[in-house]
Design a protein around this ligand. Structure first.
Ligand code: 13P
Length: 251
């Protein structure tokens, strides 16, 4: 039985004051006991968020890490060990916005995945196709390529301590959610692909859906057998919305 995970990716949003308020509001909301809940603030807010949620069950993660594990001469970068040191336990790798805006390649993402695990962080590997790729019938091919960049390179066992987030690019921040059937189809294909290498790893692997998840559509997405929770952008900045999404992932 896979325990659901709902993760809020705050992207480049928030001020010290607004984030403090968001967490205060979230503390007043009922969060389910049978769901893991994680938040991914921007780098500069990680420590303050960690301190504020220390007494709660909320997990804190980073939106990115450096390819290099150890500290060193890499201006502007933050290593996975430094993230671990300030209390992070998870990290997003390969978010489509970084693939697009920072030109992150599959091989760079694989190195970040390695660094994350080496530091003791759980990587959430983000994958997903563009609208053009979907329209060309290439959605699965794209997603498999992105997964294979880690799976074939490092071996299936690395997914014992990792999460995959399927985020179709056309559904991110667009208000266009994949239908539960569209999402389930890709999730099932991802799990089947991993199962070719190890049935047990595939069975235990959490696969999150991301892309315009809201309180209004979360329950029907999470009801799909291969959707184990969500990676939530915009709606995670609203405590009521986000907590309702978390509750939708519980039983
Ligand atoms: P939205 O929920 O705003 O579509 O963002 C999804 C996302 O990119 C989460 O990582």
């Amino acid at each position: 039985m896979r325990r659901p995970l709902v993760a809020g990716n705050w992207k480049m949003h928030g001020t010290c004051a607004s984030i403090k308020q968001l967490l205060n509001e979230l503390a007043e909301q009922a969060l389910p006991d049978d769901v893991d809940v994680a938040v991914f603030p921007g780098l500069i807010h990680l420590q303050a968020v960690g301190a504020q949620v220390a007494e709660s069950h909320l997990v804190v993660g980073s939106q990115d890490c450096a390819v290099q594990l150890e500290e060193g001469a890499m201006t502007g970068e933050t290593s996975a060990l430094q993230l671990k040191d300030i209390g992070c336990s998870m990290v997003l790798v390969g978010h489509s916005e970084r693939r697009q805006l920072q030109d992150e390649t599959d091989s760079v993402i694989c190195r970040k995945f390695i660094a994350a695990q080496a530091a003791g962080l759980t990587p959430i590997l983000c994958v997903g196709e563009s609208l053009a790729e979907r329209e060309a019938g290439q959605a699965l091919v794209t997603v498999q390529r992105q997964i294979d960049a880690v799976l074939v390179e490092l071996g299936v066992e690395v997914f014992n301590n990792a999460v995959i987030a399927y985020e179709p690019i056309w559904a991110i921040g667009s208000g266009l959610t994949a239908t539960p059937e569209q999402a389930q189809e890709i999730h099932a294909q991802i799990r089947a692909h991993v199962a070719k290498y190890s049935a047990t790893v595939a069975q235990d692997l959490k696969i999150l859906y991301g892309g315009s998840v809201k309180a209004a559509n979360a329950a029907e997405l999470f009801a799909q057998v291969d959707i184990d929770g969500g990676l939530v952008g915009g709606a995670s900045l609203n405590a009521k919305e986000f907590s309702a999404i978390c509750r939708a992932a519980g039983n």
